[in-house]
Design a binder for this molecule. Structure first.
Ligand code: ADP
Length: 612
């Protein structure tokens, strides 16, 4: 019989499985049982809509047996089974979990402790076996097939016999090595221990033949109560963590676990997790939000996106509700009232838990916000403020108060006097923002300023408009109100000079200022669009022509001021025009924008240097 080759990626994973010895290789059994349970789920789910199938839930079973002398372990199920094509496609190609692992291996380029970090699927059998065979008959076929493989060389598929649908997986356990006893798996107590440890919550009975009073008796090994149905006090944190890591392919423990049992208008159990970090695909288009949805322990869909709003899309977990009809089709889930009210209830639960985390475990919350805060901001911004009330208390920004993250409520508490404003400055780094003259001035006066360094920050704040009764005020806009009479008069008296400069650089205005500390010049914007928003918009495609209305400020306490006035008084307008351009470009740079015409600027400056 002709051997077929595995796909390249599959081969590499297989190689890793075969050639490495892992500390907890025992999880091979968990993987096989979990596949069997999926196959039973699929069959049961099908039977609910396909009336020709007469399937009773209590008949669906998984059986684990072993033969010590022949060195065999078998895991069988009477689930949906596989056709010849499915055997080929499912077992000849690397499965999702495997490719996930493969990516990780590549990124880090180092041996990682695979097991316990990832579900590695069917291929993990090769950690303990030198030959694996899969006998299977699909519910859609009366023919059975046998898939066999001794590892990387490839696999064969041949015709076989089987009375009914299901799958029997047989592992030929490796011979013992001097320092590695594979025989330990050919032992009743050990197998039972492994099943209890990893597969206790599987909702179908996992049977083993056991000797009781010298007679062989079939017994159920698992308790069949899913972990989310168990009482919180009966489950160790470690068990929740392991469940999370296995199920959602994370190698870190979750940051926070939410266990919720709700009875009332809707009844459901939820076990939710807030991951400790965003997965590599989280901020990509491929990421799909959603929770697993069960009805009385039977899986309805493994990604019900309607249960989670976009701004909480980082949450993973399980919802189990007897109110959801098992027969519900995936298409009608969206319109289902129960699903909607569970979603609402979950949304407020998640918010409540996050606020509690903020209160009780500040560090964890900050970690969470750094990872997932953008989703929350986007939730406010993209809904044009509709979700403001719901989400505003979850926001954090870095503040000039101790340079730490703060919530808006905390800012409010620290406001002195009857100032009804929240000041902010937007820019690419805190250091740059702190050096802005307008910001320095506010901080010197004891006013707290929020540093908005994330590109979504200012949009979020503009969308919100206010936090409770407090108005958001851009620090750069603030100073205009404070122009002294003296400066006003100076600007009036020098109108001609200032207009000449303004027309030369082509902006909204040029003004003198006594508020710039040591900076020769600065820029402010007048109007809705701030300098920072201009930067963000300019970075987007097709954003030609977006410009903030800029006003150039010139420091009257800086020597450049005197120079400009004297050039003007002496009628040296060519020089004045050149200097205006240089000063404007310096101001652009100070404010983190790029110069408009680098060639012209270079020519002017080089000209000045040559004449020096
Ligand atoms: P994963 O379970 O992560 O998809 P596996 O490598 O463990 O990856 O399995 C690959 C596929 O083979 C499964 O998705 C499933 O379609 C099929 N399969 C495995 N075991 C069984 C089984 N006992 N019954 C039916 N199909 C199975």
């Amino acid at each position: 019989m002709k051997k077929k080759e595995f796909k390249t990626e599959s081969k590499k994973i297989l190689n890793m499985m075969i050639n490495s010895i892992y500390t907890n290789e025992e999880i091979f059994l968990r993987e096989l049982i979990s596949n069997a349970s999926d196959a039973l789920d699929k069959l049961y789910y099908r039977s609910l809509t396909d009336k020709k199938l007469d399937i009773k839930k209590e008949d669906l079973k998984i059986k684990v047996s072993f033969d010590k002398d022949a060195r065999l372990i078998t895991v069988s199920d009477n689930g949906i089974g596989m056709t010849k094509e499915e055997l080929e496609n499912n077992l000849g190609t690397i499965a999702r979990s495997g490719s996930e692992l493969f990516k990780l291996q590549h990124e880090k380029d180092e041996k990682i402790d695979i097991i316990g970090q990832f579900g590695v699927g069917f291929y993990s059998s090769f950690m303990v076996s030198d030959k694996v065979s899969v006998l299977s008959r699909s519910i859609d076929s009366d023919k059975a097939f046998l898939w066999e493989s001794e590892g990387v060389d490839g696999y064969t598929i041949s015709d076989a016999d089987m009375d009914s649908n299901g799958t029997v997986i047989t592992l030929h356990i490796k011979e013992d090595l001097e320092n590695h006893q594979y025989s330990e798996y050919l032992d009743e107590y050990n197998l039972e221990r492994i099943i209890k440890k990893y597969s206790d919550y599987i909702t179908y009975p996992i049977m083993m033949d056991k000797e009781v009073d010298k007679k062989i008796e079939e017994q159920t090994i698992n308790s069949m109560v899913p972990i989310w149905k168990k009482d919180k006090k009966d489950v160790k944190d470690e068990d929740y963590n392991n469940f999370y890591k296995d199920r959602y392919y994370d190698y870190d423990n979750p940051l926070h676990i939410i266990k919720s049992k709700v009875e009332g208008l809707v009844t459901y159990d939820a076990l939710l997790f807030i991951p400790s970090h965003a997965t590599s695909d989280y901020y990509t288009k491929e990421y799909e939000k959603g929770l697993e949805l069960f009805s009385k322990g039977v899986l309805i869909t493994n990604k019900c996106s309607d249960l989670l709003p976009d701004y909480f899309s980082f949450v993973k977990g399980v919802v189990d509700s007897e109110d959801i009809d098992l027969n519900i089709s995936r298409e009608t889930l969206q319109k289902n009232h129960q699903v909607k009210s569970i979603a609402r209830s979950i949304e407020s639960k998640i918010k409540k838990e996050l606020l509690e985390l903020l209160k009780e475990k500040r560090e964890d919350y900050e970690k969470f916000f750094k990872e997932f805060g953008n989703g929350i901001k986007y939730g406010i911004y993209s809904s044009f403020g509709m979700n403001k009330e719901l989400l505003q208390d979850l926001l954090m920004f870095t503040s000039s108060h101790e340079d730490k993250l703060t919530t808006l409520a905390e800012y409010k508490e620290r406001i002195k006097d009857d100032n009804n404003k929240i000041y902010y400055a937007a820019g690419e780094s805190i250091d740059k923002l702190k050096n802005m003259p307008q910001v320095e001035n506010l901080i010197d006066k004891g006013i707290e300023v929020l540093f908005l360094t994330d590109y979504l920050d200012e949009f979020t704040i503009k969308t919100m408009n206010k936090f409770e009764e407090l108005e958001f005020v851009n620090a750069l806009d603030e100073k205009q109100d404070e122009e002294t009479d003296e400066i006003k008069k100076l600007n009036e008296d020098n109108k001609e000079l200032l207009n000449l400069m303004k027309d030369t650089v082509g902006i909204k205005g040029v003004k003198f200022s006594d508020n710039l500390k040591n900076h020769p010049v600065s820029l402010i914007s007048e109007g809705e669009l701030s300098l920072e928003m201009e930067k963000v918009l300019k970075a987007m495609p097709n954003a030609n022509g977006v410009e903030a209305s800029k006003v150039l400020l010139i420091n009257i306490n800086h020597p450049v001021y005197k120079k400009i006035v004297s050039l003007h008084n002496n009628g040296e307008s060519d020089k004045l025009k050149d200097y205006s351009k240089v000063l404007y470009n310096m101001a652009l740079l100070i404010n983190g924008l790029s110069v408009t015409n680098p060639n012209e600027l270079t020519n002017i400056v080089c000209d000045m240097i040559s004449k020096e």
